[in-house]
Each structure stands twice: as structure tokens, then as C-alpha cells.
Unconditional design. Structure first.
Length: 101
């Protein structure tokens, strides 16, 4: 049996875990689908349209932002969110490679 050498770059592994965690939650996926359908949208529209509490929405958006999946800009008192499609595409390719697709 051939032995495989296991080597991981800790910072890349840690980021990968953060990214997968951000994408592996049904409510976060629902939020992402909604942002995708709207383009750029403020947080108030997200929670009111999806009937989610504001604090819960902000916590989920914070994790998505930490992973780089969404970015935000402030316009007055409103935070506007948009999807970072490059990161989403990289995550999709990584998952497909892992699954051998």
C-alpha cells in the first residue's frame, strides 16, 4: 500500500474551515440566495423580506463577511451587502474537486 505524505498549510486550512462553515448553514444559504437575486441590498431588506430577526441576520452576515463570501459598504446608516462571486466559485470548485466531480 502506498503511503501518502500529509502536509497542510495551517493558514489556508484555517481559512478553508471558516469558508466551509460559512457556507454550510441553511439560513446563510437562504440569505445568499436572496442577496444573489437582488444584487446589492441593505440588511434591513434582507431581514424583513426573509422574516428573520435583525440580530440573527447580522450574525449570519458577519460570518459570511469574515469568510469573504460577502462584502459590505456603508451608506449613511445602512449597510449594503453583495456577494463575492470569486470566493463562491473557488469554494464550489474545491468542493467538486474533493468529491471527484
Amino acid at each position: 500500500m502506498k503511503k501518502t505524505t500529509v502536509r497542510f498549510q495551517f493558514d489556508k486550512l484555517q481559512y478553508s474551515a471558516t469558508l466551509v462553515k460559512a457556507l454550510a448553514h441553511p439560513l446563510r444559504l437562504k440569505i445568499l440566495e436572496y442577496i444573489d437575486s437582488q444584487g446589492i441590498i441593505n440588511v434591513n431588506k434582507i431581514y424583513s423580506s426573509l422574516n428573520i430577526e435583525q440580530s440573527v441576520t447580522s450574525q449570519h452576515l458577519s460570518l459570511l463577511k469574515l469568510a469573504g463570501v460577502v462584502s459590505c459598504t456603508k451608506d449613511g446608516k445602512y449597510m449594503h451587502y453583495k456577494i463575492n462571486y470569486d470566493i463562491v466559485a473557488k469554494a464550489q470548485r474545491a468542493v467538486n474537486n474533493f468529491l471527484g466531480k
